[in-house]
Design a protein around this ligand. Structure first.
Ligand SMILES: C[S@@+](CC[C@H](N)C(=O)[O-])C[C@H]1O[C@@H](n2cnc3c(N)ncnc32)[C@H](O)[C@@H]1O
Length: 324
């Protein structure tokens, strides 16, 4: 993707993430007194703040809404950056992204489908290089219904947006092809993974490592490694949890080559509209007296929502493997 294409998709994704989140906010906020809005925002941000303490938030509807307005763009970009690094390794090894043109990805803790969006971008790149890709299957699984639902809503919106774009742009046409090729089977429980021998199989777990269940994650990843025998795998987490991620990885063995490479930047810059939306929310709550409730920590909410949203997931550790 060249810088012009990056700017184009960054702008499209920001529009659609904001549209998705704004509609969700209007739905959740309907008929609520302003004090309840403030309470819900405060609680959702406290849930997300748990991530900085390595605790797992409750990804309910309000928490998911604010996840979309901060982490979702960063994680779409992170998935794309990881896939780009892996793609570079594959191009060096075999000259193309996939050996067979049929790709099957299983994504543990898929959340709002960041990996699916990243995958669509890397497949767009491959199609743009002239590679023949005939099918992309992705099975994502996640325990949070709201995360899955908002991710699917965003995917549907992106699909409509790209389909309605003018067709004199070959790159957007390639993106439309990548979107059309993608068959997603995301769900709340571990998907029954259907293995097709001819598929190129990848496994991912993007920011899904928590100290409380490293053992369970290891078991799940081991089971995926055994059944899928993936040709590539990738995991990410905050760098302070890098050791936990390595413990949970079933790919630290001689069958897999680990690529200790620096990630490229991917999409860059600030998401000005989303930043503005978050700041306007604070002004709106303030203007309507929502912060008068003593139970709401106005300083915390103001401080949390004032920051510039950008594409860069900071402080990330990653593992990228390809099968030898
Ligand atoms: C920090 S979010 C990351 C989501 C997504 N991978 C991304 O990069 O945006 C962690 C996700 O793991 C999910 N999760 C936690 N425990 C899980 C489990 N046992 N099975 C499936 N998903 C789980 C959560 O619901 C949440 O969506």
């Amino acid at each position: 993707m060249n810088s012009q294409q990056q700017a184009q998709i960054a702008s499209i994704l920001e529009d659609e993430i904001l549209r998705c989140a704004h509609e969700e906010f209007v739905r959740l906020n309907r008929c609520l007194p302003i004090s309840d809005t403030a309470t819900n925002v405060d609680r959702a941000l406290r849930e997300l703040q748990k991530l900085t303490r390595d605790e797992e938030p409750n990804y309910d509807e309000w928490t998911t809404l604010f996840y979309m307005l901060w982490y979702q763009p960063k994680h779409i970009n992170l998935a794309y950056r990881i896939l780009s690094a892996m793609s570079d390794a594959r191009l060096a090894q075999q000259g193309r992204l996939t050996a067979s043109g049929n790709l099957h990805v299983v994504d543990f803790g898929c959340g709002s489908l960041a990996m699916q969006f990243g995958l669509m971008l890397i497949v767009t790149d491959a199609i743009s290089r002239g590679e023949d890709i005939s099918q992309v299957r992705i099975d994502g699984f996640d325990t949070s219904g709201p995360m899955l639902r908002l991710g699917q809503d965003l995917w549907n919106k992106l699909l409509r947006r790209v389909k309605s774009a003018k067709h004199n742009d070959p790159w957007l046409q390639n993106m439309q092809q990548a979107l059309d090729l993608t068959l997603a089977l995301n769900g709340a429980v571990s998907p029954r993974v259907r293995i097709d021998e001819g598929d190129e199989r990848w496994v991912s777990a993007i920011h899904a490592v928590y100290p409380s269940h490293v053992g369970t994650l290891r078991q799940t990843m081991q089971s995926l490694a055994d059944t899928m025998q993936p040709t590539a795998a990738f995991m990410t987490t905050f760098s302070r949890k890098a050791h936990l991620m390595t413990q949970a990885s079933p790919f630290e063995n001689e069958m897999y080559q680990r690529h200790d490479v620096n990630l490229g930047a991917g999409l860059v810059g600030g998401l000005q509209q989303i930043t503005q939306w978050r700041q306007n929310l604070v002004i709106g709550i303030d203007d309507r007296g929502g912060f008068q409730d003593q139970a709401v920590n106005a300083g915390f909410v103001r401080n949390y929502l004032k920051g510039l949203v950008n594409w860069n997931a900071s402080d990330v550790a990653h593992l990228i493997y390809t099968r030898r």
